[in-house]
Design a protein around this ligand. Structure first.
Ligand code: DON
Length: 307
């Protein structure tokens, strides 16, 4: 397996490499400046083996891939009831940055869209934390999933905050419904910091493998979150992780997954493997073009479709 898997990954990367369709995210200027040709893929198994090819140690911002992990931290820190009272679990069928709030309660449809994730950020850690302490709880939690201390890209964070009008509008809507109960600007600030955490493709595969391994990091052996939380997170990734492409993804790939606008993409197969890819050009849903192709191929070649 050791030598065969990297060969398989290298071949898969060279097959998708010529596809230069899509564009890096343009609404965060600092991301638009990133090298669009980067390409990497990593498999991390639940028994602790890691195999990769391509740009597996290049750091990029985690962006929306932070959402399922922060959801996990909020569920673990606050319990299911308080979190579900504020954020639903239904697919919105809309783009990730739509307002998408339930008309009667004002709850965001799910924790994978920005409205839900901004709300979830405010639910990480115990209620008495200050905004700065909450960001630290999130970074520490994401680091436990990765098995190493993660840092933040201040330039990407500042660049996104300068143009965060949409997320600020969403946060103000959430505040008007009392879904958020504190200053919307400070929650968007913390959420943007969460999205600016730097990871490698290797980190993302280990984070996904921690979900696949029922909440225990297969490299460090640390239990990061309880098992019932893992089930909740993987379920929501299955139905909502790829936004308004979730149906196509479910039929063609069939793995609980999450994408980010810096070009990362993860999938987690319970009891088996965490998979991560990195390629910055995105399709119209905000999902990595070559990442989606790689996952389609992995799923078909290895019979990974679980739905
Ligand atoms: O809030 C935003 O718009 C970004 N920080 C994250 C969005 C994202 O990654 C969407 N996923 N593909």
């Amino acid at each position: 397996m050791r030598s065969v898997v990297p060969d398989y990954l290298r071949e898969a990367l060279s097959d998708v490499e010529p596809d230069t369709s899509g564009e890096p995210a343009g609404y965060i200027p600092e991301l638009a400046a990133a090298d669009p040709d980067r390409l990497g893929a990593v498999f991390a198994t639940t028994d602790g083996e890691v195999y990769g090819a391509g740009d597996i140690d290049t750091e990029f911002t985690i962006q929306s891939i932070s959402k399922p992990f922060t959801y996990a931290l909020a569920l673990a820190d606050r319990g299911f009831g308080p979190v579900l009272a504020k954020v639903g679990v239904e697919p919105s069928g809309e783009a990730f940055n739509q307002i998408s709030l339930e008309s009667d309660t004002g709850r965001p449809y799910n924790p994978m869209i920005n409205a839900g994730a901004i709300t979830v950020h405010a639910l990480a850690g115990p209620p008495e934390l200050t905004p700065v302490e909450r960001v630290e709880r999130v970074v520490e939690g994401l680091s436990a999933f990765a098995g190493r201390r993660l840092t933040m890209d201040e330039a990407v964070c500042a660049s996104e905050l300068e143009h965060a009008h949409r997320n600020l509008a969403i946060a103000h809507m959430l505040r008007s419904h009392d879904i958020l109960t504190e200053d919307p600007r400070s929650v968007v600030d913390g959420y943007t910091r969460q999205c600016s955490v730097l990871v490698t493709t290797r980190d993302l595969a280990v984070m996904a493998a921690t979900l696949a391994n029922r909440g225990i990091n297969p490299l460090s052996g640390e239990r990061v979150i309880p098992e019932p939380v893992v089930r909740q997170v993987l379920s929501v990734m299955s139905t909502c992780g790829m936004y308004d492409a979730a149906g196509d993804w479910a039929t063609q790939v069939g793995i609980p997954a999450k994408s980010g606008v810096a070009g990362g993409l993860i999938g987690a197969l319970p009891g088996q493997i965490g998979i991560a890819t990195f390629s910055p050009r995105l399709d119209r849903h905000g999902n990595s073009v070559r990442g989606v192709s790689l996952f389609e191929r992995f799923s078909a070649d290895m019979g990974l479709h679980v739905m």
